[in-house]
Design a protein around this ligand. Structure first.
Ligand SMILES: [Zn+2]
Ligand SMILES: [Zn+2]
Length: 271
C-alpha cells in the first residue's frame, strides 16, 4: 500500500502527534502519496462551530504548516492538503467556498451527522438507531454529496449504525452503492473501523457494494502517529474485498477531483 488520503491532525481536537511524525512514519513504511484530510472547519451562520472539527481560527495554520512540510519532504513523499467534509445541502456552497478559499486541494465525503447538523433533528451516524428516517437522511446526504462532484471518495460509507430491519438497510445502502458505481467514486474501507473494532466495516454493506460493482479505496483515518501507517489492518481489508469480490482502485486510476471547479460552477448557476 503506497497511498493514504485519510489523515487527521491535532487541530480537530481528538487526534494526537505532530504532522512531522505522521509523515516520517508514512515514509518509513513506503507511502509515496499522503493526503491530509482533517475535519473541515466551518462556522455555521448562527456562529456555532462543531467541536470535532478544525476550528476556523486554526485553519490557516493547517495550510501553513503542511505546505512547509510538503516543501521539506518533497523528494520523499507527495503531500496533498484537503479535508474530510460532510454534505449539508443548506450550507454546501458556503462550506465549499470557505474551504476552497483556504486552498483545499481535495475533499473526501465523511458524513458524520444528518439533517445539516441541526440540533434537535440531527443524528450522530455512528450511534445506534433503528430510525428509518435517519437512515434515509444519511443516505440522501451521501447520494447528493457524491453527485456534486466535489468529493474524491466516500469515507466510511458504512458508518451509519442501523439497528432496524435488514431489508431497509439493504435498500438504502444499495441506493448509496448504485450512485457510487454510477459516478465511479471509490468507497473507503476504513482502517480506523478495523483497528478500533467499531461497527464498521460491515459485511452486509460490502456485500451490496460488491454486487453493485463498486470499487474500494483504503484509508487509514489516522488520528495518531501509529495509524499514519496501519499495516496491521491490511489483511482484514484484503479479506473483506476478496469475500465480496471488490476491486481496489489502483494508484494510477485514482483521481482527485477539484473542489474549486465545482464551486465556480455553482456560483455561475446561482448568479
Ligand atoms: Zn476524527
Ligand atoms: Zn470520518
Amino acid at each position: 500500500m503506497t497511498y493514504n488520503y485519510h489523515t487527521h491532525t491535532f487541530r480537530c481536537g481528538h487526534a494526537s502527534g505532530t504532522e512531522r511524525e505522521y509523515i516520517e512514519r508514512a515514509i518509513e513504511n513506503g507511502i509515496t502519496v499522503m493526503g491530509f484530510s482533517d475535519h473541515s472547519p466551518y462556522r455555521f451562520p448562527d456562529g456555532r462551530e462543531a467541536n470535532y472539527r478544525v476550528k476556523t481560527d486554526t485553519a490557516e495554520d493547517y495550510f501553513v504548516v503542511l505546505r512547509q512540510l510538503r516543501e521539506e519532504y518533497k523528494d520523499r513523499i507527495d503531500i496533498k492538503i484537503g479535508f474530510e467534509m460532510e454534505y449539508y445541502d443548506l450550507y454546501f456552497e458556503d462550506m465549499l467556498s470557505y474551504v476552497c478559499g483556504l486552498g483545499t486541494e481535495y475533499l473526501i465525503l465523511g458524513q458524520h451527522l444528518t439533517n445539516n447538523d441541526t440540533p434537535g433533528i440531527r443524528h450522530f451516524c455512528s450511534r445506534p438507531t433503528d430510525s428509518e428516517e435517519q437512515l434515509e437522511a444519511y443516505t440522501d446526504a451521501v447520494v447528493e454529496g457524491m453527485a456534486t462532484g466535489a468529493f474524491s471518495y466516500v469515507a466510511h460509507p458504512d458508518v451509519f449504525n442501523f439497528t432496524g430491519s435488514e431489508e431497509k438497510y439493504e435498500k438504502e445502502m444499495r441506493r448509496l452503492c448504485k450512485q457510487a458505481a454510477k459516478l465511479d467514486l471509490p468507497l473507503e474501507i476504513n482502517f480506523l473501523g478495523i483497528r478500533g473494532g467499531r461497527h464498521y466495516p460491515t459485511d452486509l454493506f460490502w456485500r451490496i457494494a460488491g454486487e453493485e460493482g463498486c470499487t474500494a479505496i483504503y484509508g487509514f483515518d489516522a488520528h495518531d502517529v501509529p495509524a499514519s501507517f496501519d499495516g496491521d489492518s491490511i489483511p482484514a481489508a484484503e479479506a473483506l474485498r476478496a469475500k465480496y469480490n471488490i476491486p481496489l482502485i489502483s494508484p494510477d486510476e485514482f483521481r482527485l477531483l477539484d473542489p474549486t471547479s465545482v464551486l465556480e460552477k455553482l456560483r455561475k448557476e446561482n448568479k
